[in-house]
Design a protein. Structure first.
Length: 206
């Protein structure tokens, strides 16, 4: 949400995440057809996922080479996933800084980590709160150094109920004022009618 209203984005890849934190492979990406479709959907942001992993681990980009779709004024909504089983926060911070340096001019929003409150996603990796805090601070610092005033830095969660409701309080306590000052947005992931049916209360067929 901006002062001008909602900004919509679209994920154009064939691979999708599953409820256990893995990837389901859909049809292979067809860059030509994806670009053609995106040309009809302006001014959508293009969402893409890139992952930091430990040496020897592989977690593919989704869609592949998402930067190729940031053309003709299109901008990216880029997610920097934290998938380090060894808890390499320092390596992740360097990874985030490199993303800003290489792609920052075409990135509208940079999401640091993916669902860090969920154990099946980034939240299941050691030192995830530290990675989130340091990643946000480093991304904003790098953007300011490069004069990328358009680049907004944030993170996301799924709905926080029950024992999980203290996640944001724990995060801000971990990060303190420097984290809060560097943060531009907080995203909410929720998927109506995906993992369980949403009741229909209207008349007729939904």
């Amino acid at each position: 949400m901006t002062a001008d209203g909602l900004i919509f984005g679209i994920y154009p890849g064939g691979a999708v995440g599953d409820e256990s934190g893995g990837l389901l492979q859909g049809p292979p990406d067809d860059p030509e057809r994806i670009t053609e479709a995106l040309d009809h959907l302006r001014p959508f942001l293009v969402r893409g996922y890139v992952s930091f992993t430990d040496p020897g681990d592989v977690y593919p980009q989704a869609p592949e080479q998402v930067e190729q779709y940031a053309t003709d004024g299109r901008m990216l909504d880029l997610v920097a996933q934290y998938r380090s089983r060894g808890g390499d926060v320092e390596g992740y911070v360097a990874f985030v800084r490199d993303l800003v340096r290489r792609h920052g001019a075409r990135v509208a929003t940079l999401q640091v980590t993916e669902e860090p409150n969920l154990p099946v996603y980034d939240g299941g990796h050691p030192r995830v709160l530290e990675a989130l805090v340091e990643g946000v601070v480093a991304a904003k610092e790098e953007a300011r150094l490069l004069g990328l005033d358009h680049l907004r830095v944030g993170f996301n969660t799924t709905p926080l109920f029950g024992p999980a409701e203290g996640f944001v309080a724990a995060l801000t306590a971990e990060g303190g004022p420097r984290f809060v000052e560097a943060l531009d947005y907080v995203g909410l992931d929720f998927f109506p009618d995906v993992f369980q049916p949403a009741p229909w209360t209207g008349s007729g067929r939904p």
